[in-house]
Every structure is written in structure tokens, then in C-alpha cells.
Design a protein around this ligand. Structure first.
Ligand SMILES: Nc1ncnc2c1ncn2[C@@H]1O[C@H](COP(=O)(O)OP(=O)(O)OP(=O)(O)O)[C@@H](O)[C@H]1O
Ligand SMILES: CC(=O)N[C@H]1[C@@H]2OC[C@@H](O2)[C@@H](O)[C@@H]1O[C@H](C)C(=O)O
Length: 361
């Protein structure tokens, strides 16, 4: 799995029948080099000219090849580190890198050559898992909810339970005790914070929220984002990384900007969650944003108003870094068995729909 923050490749090993989780295995993160991150960032602009999803304008074909090779190398490292052979792995779930996501136009593009990954690793690969959902009228995202639902069944405590993934973009899955899942993207996660600290100080992210904790919230800056139609529209929709852009560098000091954008991440989650049929009693936070103490404190403050509790995934024995990669393994198994990856309540598709393409080595 390589997410919208474009920081690297997450690899997780999962044993499951696509319904329940038998075992969560080891995890490895293979970071991209600063050079490759730059290439990926530039590829988002190049991808804007794509009119048909198989097109690879400019250097996108080269980047796709490099990305696939990096994934194959990361899989080899993972197998070596954990003493696994190709025969020990039934399937690889391959997300690829989203470079364009336009649900309104029914188009989502992930770079990544599933066939080449299967040939290089010697393991069957399931890839392109978002496309079928879009053909069925869905947003193409989020897809992790199927896995959040399976994880929730193993938890105790009060219901409903919400899983919030704070990655580049944030998304929520709300699981009620006796009914299905409701899920949607909630707004900016870490991307704006990453872009802001990069722009102002040349650093890739605000480690631990240290910069934000030195700043103050600029309410006007925050309200400008929260006024966006995305938060108030009747219909929930999925986000492209470029749907929200960072503030102008002159808009704030480094610290106040980081503080305000951290607050935005937290308030965006609660503003979007107001569209849920029922408010969660437990909030489980995963994704890199859970490491930002300022975001976490803001979430706790906002949850207190509804007498709900906020947990880091680790508090409940889960792994907030590997969860998305585990989800892609789980989805690959479901795809192989023809089980749904998405439902009307998770992506807005017309009926439950499976998806993904199988590539044999
Ligand atoms: N120690 C940390 N302190 C603060 N922020 C962190 C820390 N570690 C990671 N992050 C943030 O988390 C981001 C990566 O999160 P994650 O890997 O969950 O995103 P992703 O999976 O790429 O995105 P998405 O879920 O949107 O697809 C980084 O870009 C950074 O902003
Ligand atoms: C198009 C796309 O890649 N969307 C990502 C992105 O990152 C978070 C959020 O936006 C979510 O909708 C999705 O990823 C997660 C893993 C998902 O589909 O569940």
C-alpha cells in the first residue's frame, strides 16, 4: 500500500478468509527517497491531462515502472526479513499510487503494473481495486471499511465504533453493533501540514506535532477551509489529494500555520462525522496523524462533548501504521473470492460490488 501522503510503501502480512482475521503478521515500511517523492509530487500535475485511465502522459510510464520495481524490491526485502518464500504467500494486494481521483467524472488512476509485480515476485497479485466500484456508481473510495468492519467485530466496549485513518487525507468508518458500516472521506489529514512545513521550513512533516504545539489557532484560516462545500453538501464524496491546497506562505508564521492546520484536521473529522446516522462512542485513530499530539489532543477535546473516548489503534492491540496495508491484503482475499469490497453506505455504489484484477506470475 502506498497512500496519498506519498511517503513510502507499507507491507503487512495477513492470514484471513476474507471474513474474519486469523492472524495479523509482521509489517515493514519502505520509505521513498526524497528524489522519488519529488517525482511523485510532480506526477500529480502531469496526471491532470489524463482523459482515459490507461493513458500515461509525459514521464508517467517511467514513474510507473520505477514505482512497481520499488514495490517488488520492498516485497523481496519483506520476504527476506521474515523468512517467507513465494509459496508462503497466496496473494499480494497492490494498491499502487493514486495520481488522479475524479469521482465526479468516474475516473481514478493508480500507477502500478500488477502483472509486472506478479512476475517479479512470483506471487499472484490483485490490483486496480477501485475501478469496479466507480463503474457501479461509487466514489471509488474509501475501501478500507470492509477491513475496519472485520476488526471491529473483535473489539469490546461501547458502540458505535469509529475508525479514523489520518493519512494524507482522512477517512472514517463507523461500525454500529447490529447494523452495517457507514464510511466516507472526512477531509484533509496530514497533506496540508506536510506541504506547509515543507514550504516554510524545508522539512517533510511536523514530527510529533512539535511545531504546531508552539503556535496558536488562526480561526479565519481554519474557517476558510471549513466553509468548503465538501463539508456541507448533502452527499459525501471522496477526495483527491489536490482538492484542498495549503495556505499562502504569507498567511501565517510556521508555528501558527501548523497549529491551525492540525486543528483543521481534527475539526474536519468531527464536522464530517456530523453526517453519520449515529455518533460514535469509541474513536480509534490510525494512520500517521495519530503521532501528532496536537491533533490527538484536539480530537479528545471534541470527543468529550459527546462523552466519547479517543484511542490510538495501539491502545486496543491494533497497529495504526500497518492497518491500511492489512486492509489491502484483506481486500485482495475478498476480491479472489468474489466478495464485495464496497457497499452503498461506504462508497455510494448502487449495490455491493467486488473488484480488482488478478495477475498470475
Ligand atoms: N511521528 C510523526 N509525527 C507526526 N506526523 C507523522 C509522524 N509520522 C508520520 N506522520 C504523518 O503521517 C503521514 C503518513 O501517514 P500515512 O502513512 O498514514 O498516510 P498514507 O497512508 O500515505 O495516506 P492515505 O491514508 O491518505 O492514503 C506523514 O506524511 C506525516 O505527515
Ligand atoms: C483515491 C484514493 O486513493 N483515496 C485514498 C485517500 O487516502 C485516504 C482517503 O483518501 C481514502 O479515500 C483512500 O484510501 C484509503 C486507504 C481507502 O480507500 O480506504
Amino acid at each position: 500500500m502506498s497512500g496519498t501522503s506519498m511517503d513510502g510503501i507499507d507491507i503487512a502480512h495477513l492470514r484471513s478468509d476474507g471474513e474474519t482475521i486469523a492472524e495479523r503478521g509482521p509489517f515493514l515500511f519502505a520509505p521513498y527517497s526524497p528524489d522519488f517523492r519529488k517525482k511523485l509530487a510532480a506526477s500529480l500535475d502531469t496526471a491532470k491531462s489524463i482523459e482515459e485511465r490507461s493513458q500515461r502522459p509525459g514521464d508517467l510510464a517511467d514513474i510507473e515502472k520505477e514505482l512497481t520495481d520499488l514495490h517488488a524490491n520492498a516485497v523481496a526485502r519483506f520476504m527476506n526479513e521474515y523468512d517467507l518464500k513465494a509459496d508462503d504467500i497466496d496473494l499480494i494486494g497492490f494498491h499502487g499510487q493514486t495520481v488522479l481521483h475524479r469521482p465526479g467524472a468516474g475516473m481514478t488512476v493508480q500507477l502500478g503494473d500488477g502483472q509486472a509485480l506478479a512476475s517479479k515476485t512470483g506471487v499472484p497479485v490483485i490490483y486496480d481495486m477501485r475501478a469496479a466500484d466507480m463503474i457501479a456508481g461509487g466514489e471509488g473510495a474509501p475501501l478500507a471499511p470492509a477491513y475496519h468492519g472485520a476488526l471491529a467485530r473483535g473489539l469490546g466496549g461501547e458502540w458505535p465504533v469509529a475508525f479514523v485513518n489520518i493519512g494524507g487525507i482522512s477517512n472514517i468508518t463507523c461500525v454500529a453493533k447490529d447494523s452495517g458500516l457507514v464510511a466516507f472521506d472526512t477531509g484533509p489529514g496530514n497533506t496540508l501540514i506536510d506541504q506547509w512545513v515543507e514550504m516554510k521550513a524545508g522539512i517533510p512533516f511536523d514530527q510529533g506535532g512539535a511545531i504546531a504545539s508552539e503556535g496558536g489557532v488562526l480561526r479565519d484560516l481554519l474557517d476558510h477551509y471549513l466553509k468548503a462545500e465538501f463539508f456541507h453538501a448533502e452527499k459525501r464524496r471522496s477526495l483527491d489529494r489536490n482538492d484542498f491546497l495549503p495556505p499562502d506562505p504569507s498567511a501565517a508564521s510556521l508555528e501558527d500555520g501548523a497549529r491551525s492546520l492540525a486543528r483543521l484536521t481534527a475539526e474536519a473529522i468531527f464536522t464530517s462525522a456530523a453526517h453519520l446516522p449515529e455518533q460514535p462512542k469509541q474513536w480509534i485513530i490510525c494512520g500517521g496523524g495519530r503521532q501528532n499530539i496536537v491533533i490527538m489532543n484536539d480530537l479528545e477535546e471534541l470527543a468529550e462533548k459527546t462523552s466519547a473516548s479517543v484511542f490510538r489503534a495501539e491502545d486496543l492491540g491494533l497497529n495504526g501504521d500497518s492497518m491500511e496495508a492489512e486492509a489491502w491484503a484483506f481486500l485482495a482475499i475478498r476480491s479472489r473470492k468474489g466478495l464485495p469490497l464496497s457497499w452503498p453506505e461506504t462508497t455510494g455504489c448502487r449495490e455491493p460490488v467486488s473488484g480488482g484484477i488478478l495477475a498470475e506470475p
